[in-house]
Design a protein around this ligand. Structure first.
Ligand code: NAP
Length: 255
């Protein structure tokens, strides 16, 4: 492998990833494993072995650790539970995310709390625990979270989602400011419109033509469009990248 290609190798690294069972996270997980990483899957249903089986078929080590980002106790304990199955790790990908769509004037408080818990508070707490692990061992680490175009824009019917992803964006920068000097890189990937379960209702709504016509690339993203970006931010290739939101949107933000 040439020197510059080896910058992208994740051989010998261990990556934790949430939201790995389907959609963007499933492709990110396969991308990390294809680049050489062993994987710890943080997932709600520990009996779902679909992604586990795919990682093992690639010849990587793989473990499943129960994780429900809506459950504060699961969030607080997850890194300790990970460290019972692997001695250390190098990469954390916070990808689990949800949305709830309501008009702003009737947005229910319980849905606000749930979206903020799953998309923001849990990301802070798991990142904090991962950061503590890296700092205690004085080892470099990579923390990557999944942001959104709603980190920049308000969206429609998405008050809580926009608040969560806006907060995630600035939190990414805040963590990077404190940890970059210790070799811990904290960054985020901001996807544009990606065809997944999360966006199925939007994709089949009457808003779809106006969305598609605004995307310079001329198509929605597929989950596999996120393999390259996550490998870049997880690897030595991005060692001087800190506090960045890598927008992967087919050019949407440029319009
Ligand atoms: N699709 C888009 O256009 C788009 C655009 C911008 C940003 N994003 C972001 O990208 C990320 C992935 O989205 P996606 O479109 O791939 O969504 P998706 O297909 O709906 O998948 C969501 C993933 O998150 C997991 N998850 C949901 N709630 C969880 C919880 N309480 N605890 C643990 N895991 C949980 C799901 O696990 P289960 O299988 O257990 O439900 C699943 O693996 C999210 O952060 C989302 O906000 C998506």
């Amino acid at each position: 492998m040439s020197d510059s290609l080896s910058l992208f190798s994740l051989s010998g690294k261990v990556a934790l990833i949430s939201g790995c069972t389907r959609g963007i996270g499933k492709s990110m997980t396969l991308g990390l494993a294809e680049a050489g990483a062993d994987i710890v899957l943080l997932q709600r249903d520990i009996n779902n072995t679909t992604v586990y089986d795919a990682i093992k078929a690639l010849g990587r080590q793989c473990y499943i650790v129960a994780y429900d980002s809506s459950d504060p106790s699961s969030v607080r304990t997850v890194i300790d539970r990970v460290l019972q199955v692997v001695p250390t790790f190098d990469i954390l990908v916070n990808n689990a995310g949800i949305t709830r769509r309501h008009s702003a004037d009737t947005f229910p408080e319980e849905d606000w709390d749930l979206v903020l818990q799953v998309n923001l508070k849990s990301v802070w707490q798991v990142s904090q625990a991962a950061g503590r692990h890296f700092l205690a061992l004085k080892k470099p680490g990579k923390i990557i979270s999944t942001a959104s175009l709603m980190s920049y824009q308000g969206g429609i019917l998405t008050t809580a989602y926009a608040a969560s992803k806006g907060g995630l964006a600035t939190m990414t920068k805040a963590l990077a400011n404190e940890w970059a000097s210790s070799g811990i890189a904290v960054n985020a990937i901001a996807p544009g419109y990606v065809a997944t379960d999360l966006t199925a209702a939007l994709k089949s709504s009457d808003r779809e033509p106006s969305i598609s016509s605004r995307i310079p690339a001329g198509r929605w993203a597929t989950p596999d469009d996120f393999k390259g970006p996550v490998v870049f931010l997880a690897s030595r290739a991005s060692d001087y990248v800190h506090g960045e939101l890598l927008v992967v949107d087919g050019g949407w933000m440029g319009r």
